[in-house]
Design a protein around this ligand. Structure first.
Ligand SMILES: [Zn+2]
Length: 415
């Protein structure tokens, strides 16, 4: 079977003809000649209208999907058109866009694999460069962002993840309702100015129709959610509340352990970190023994630990009223404990009392599990995407992996 026949079966364009293929064994390439069909008119790349031919440019090569280890190149001499509206312009060809040297089909193909493999692995598997994989993903993501449908949006989750070195953050907004879980937006930093851009993107109408927003206690987030999502219930994410309390508990333990060493006491708190932070049911046998040992002592760390464990009951309530009563009792108990980091946590909880109770008002429909899962995926994407240094690269990789973006359709499925 001739290669041109194969191409006509999967990659055929009415105004163009495949003229023949040549195998170069040394260079491991197959070069396929393309020419305009006789009598067909070129189309202007400026406006898409057909126009009369002006002249022809030197030959260009376009990379097509490789076959059996051979690179496939389409060779074509672009025509220029004399367009009434745009003047003299290069023609528009259906297999590629602009200055891209990769064909549309190949870009979709690479982008498809770049979602399953790392970009580096994709480049290696198809004998191409990391930069070309990157171009392919960029094209697919840009197309997807232009063609995606944003609304209606019922529930969103806002979270931050760290990237690069030092304290640089990304703000991520996910749509988290059943049936539609996807990344909606990525922003640099976690400031009011950056988060405001998300609301500019979705517009006032969509923002006001959002019913639930899950977030952590970061002030700029809370402020803008209240400002824009005027009809939404802002729910504080359980995961973040627990993480904040664990931070307080860990402060208590670390300071106390240091003090005990300084004062020459037996180092009972040594290696106790995870025994205290983990839930009892998740402890290993060794940790369980260690915990039992530590709990015999009258230490601030032990009292803080017991307070933390007592707080677990909070999440079991169904009624916001009773959950609120529990919260008040628990915080006043902590305020009497004389353990400063825990008291600080309790004060934070008091300030955000209403937002915490929203979790019960929303009937626990939006727990942090979904957001946590998405965040883990985002972190994996960033790790796999090793080689991304700039924000715009990370942005593209994240949209590609988590955005569930629509893709341009081809006449033939290549994968
Ligand atoms: Zn034109």
């Amino acid at each position: 079977m001739l290669l041109t026949r194969l191409l006509n079966a999967c990659h055929r364009f009415p105004g163009f003809v495949y003229e023949g293929a040549r195998l170069d064994e040394a260079a491991k390439t197959i070069e396929v000649q393309l020419r305009p069909r006789r009598g067909s008119k070129p189309c202007c790349s400026g406006c898409g209208q057909c126009a009369s031919s002006y002249d022809q440019l030197p030959e260009r090569r376009f990379e097509f999907i490789p076959i059996w280890g051979f690179a496939v190149l389409l060779r074509y001499r672009m025509r220029r058109v004399r367009c009434e509206a745009c003047g003299v312009k290069v023609e528009q060809v259906p297999w590629a866009m602009g200055k891209h040297t990769l064909t549309r089909a190949y870009m979709l193909y690479l982008a498809h694999w770049a979602r399953k493999l790392s970009w580096q692995e994709t480049a290696r598997s198809f004998h191409t460069s990391w930069e070309k994989v990157c171009q392919a993903v960029e094209y697919v993501v840009q197309w997807g962002l232009e063609h995606r449908q944003l609304g209606p949006i019922r529930a969103v989750g806002v979270d931050e993840i760290q990237y690069g070195r030092g304290h640089t953050y990304l703000t991520l907004v996910y749509q988290i309702e059943s049936g539609c879980v996807r990344l909606l937006w990525v922003g640099k930093d976690r400031t009011i100015e950056s988060f405001e851009k998300f609301f500019t993107m979705i517009g006032k109408e969509l923002a006001e129709k959002i019913e639930f927003v899950c977030s952590d206690m970061w002030k700029p987030y809370l402020k803008l959610i209240a400002k824009h999502c005027t009809h939404a219930l802002n729910i504080l994410d359980r995961f973040h509340v627990v993480a904040k309390m664990n931070l307080a508990l860990d402060d208590v333990r670390a300071a106390e352990a240091r003090r005990m060493v300084q004062d020459g006491y037996e180092p009972v708190l040594k290696k106790s970190r995870w025994c205290l932070l983990k839930r009892p049911e998740n402890l290993t046998d060794n940790q369980r023994v260690k915990l039992r040992d530590v709990l015999r002592y009258n230490l601030a760390s032990v009292r803080a630990y017991l307070l933390k464990e007592a707080f677990q009951d909070f999440w079991n309530y169904d009624s916001p009223t009773w959950a609120g009563k529990f919260l008040d009792q628990w915080t006043s108990q902590v305020m009497r404990s004389r353990i400063e980091p825990m008291k600080k946590f309790a004060r934070t909880i008091r300030i955000h009392r209403e937002l915490l109770l929203n979790y019960f008002r929303a009937r626990k429909a939006f727990s942090s599990g979904v957001i946590e899962g998405l965040n883990n995926k985002a972190k994996v994407t960033m790790r796999k995407a090793y080689g991304f240094r700039t924000f715009s690269m990370i942005e593209i990789a994240l949209y590609h992996a988590l955005g569930k973006l629509p893709e341009p359709k081809l006449a033939h499925d290549f994968y």
